[in-house]
Design a protein around this ligand. Sequence first.
Ligand code: XIL
Length: 395
Amino acid sequence: MRTQLFALPLLAALPSASAHLHKEAQKAGLMYFGAATDTPGQRERAGKEEAYPRYDRILADNKMFGQTTPTNGQKWLFTEPEQGLFNYTEGDITTDLAREQGKILRCHALVWHSQLAPWVEEATWTAENLTAAITSHVEHVAGHWKGQCYAWDVVNEALEEDGSWRESVFYKVLGDEYIKLAFRLAAEIDPDAKLYYNDYNIERPGPKVDGVIRLVKMLQDEGIRIDGVGMQAHFTASEAPTLDEQIAAIESYAETGVEVALTELDVRIPVPYTDEDLAQQKEDYTNAVGACVQVPACIGVTLWDFYDPFSWVPDFFPGEGAALLWFDDFKKHPAYHGVMYALRNGTRPHHPHPGHPGGPPPPPHCDKKKKGKGCDKPGKPGKPGKPGKPGPWYA
Ligand code: XIL
């Protein structure tokens, strides 16, 4: 048993020709594994031009990343900086790259209270003219990229932590009608795009998850199409939801009939970091990707960029960073191997859930509370069909 226990982490850490995220994700039954990216020069405004060729080569490798999302270029601030003045330059750079490289494209984000053009916040709106402004924005922006987006984040972050509606400029004037309007318009303008609601802190059951479900049902009750829930999955190591919590959240969305994706995954750690921080990060990444692999409704995972210097985290969370899978020197984080492990071994049959009744028992799921008490024990052998896996769940 000792050798077996040892063998897994070692195997997971060995570099191998097929150790590519998108390729493994597809083998695991996901549609894609991707990374968001920004326009050269905008990449967290960090300089680092000398790193571009190597960065671009990794991004261009479709075995590694089969999907991308523009981190900024499609947001209101860029696409309609002044009322009626549309500019697709920034967004096109990434969407063209996706087309040229044959990557699946997620489009982000049509209606969001943040990174709004100042004119939207400054104007005094009536319900009628704000409706007209949203209509024009969605018609132009979704129209420009019509047919190119696998999915659109139609509305982003409309909920407060307690599940109530966020008091955005849109909500203050239109109430929840603005959400219905945005989804109705997107469905009309880009009928082939999957229409998503996207938010953060919706990866473990709680009032905000309930709020998302309420939003989905509100649209469905009115006959308005919504196809997906995007769990942003911006995590802080050691505070990230457990595997089981994430599975429960995904399943609760799936029960409404929508698909789910991890749309902006990153796991931030304190900087400077320790080996323990990296180990915790590995566990958290493994759980996130493992949860997606284990629930059929979860169709893909997107990292919010993949290279630490281009992460938004250090700017937004002072004292934290190193949230992605490639360090500054392009070495891979230990978490990369955790993700690989989840893709290769966190397979659905090992975790029985409503979609897979009667599967063999899961390996023991390690979360931080159980560390040292069971995580280091081998898993129970599986029932017929599949051989049992030795624990721990994460490598
Ligand atoms: C972030 C970008 O990564 C940064 O470059 C930008 O300065 C701020 O926005 N939730 C979202 C993303 O939906 O659009 C945000 O992206 C991160 C949080």
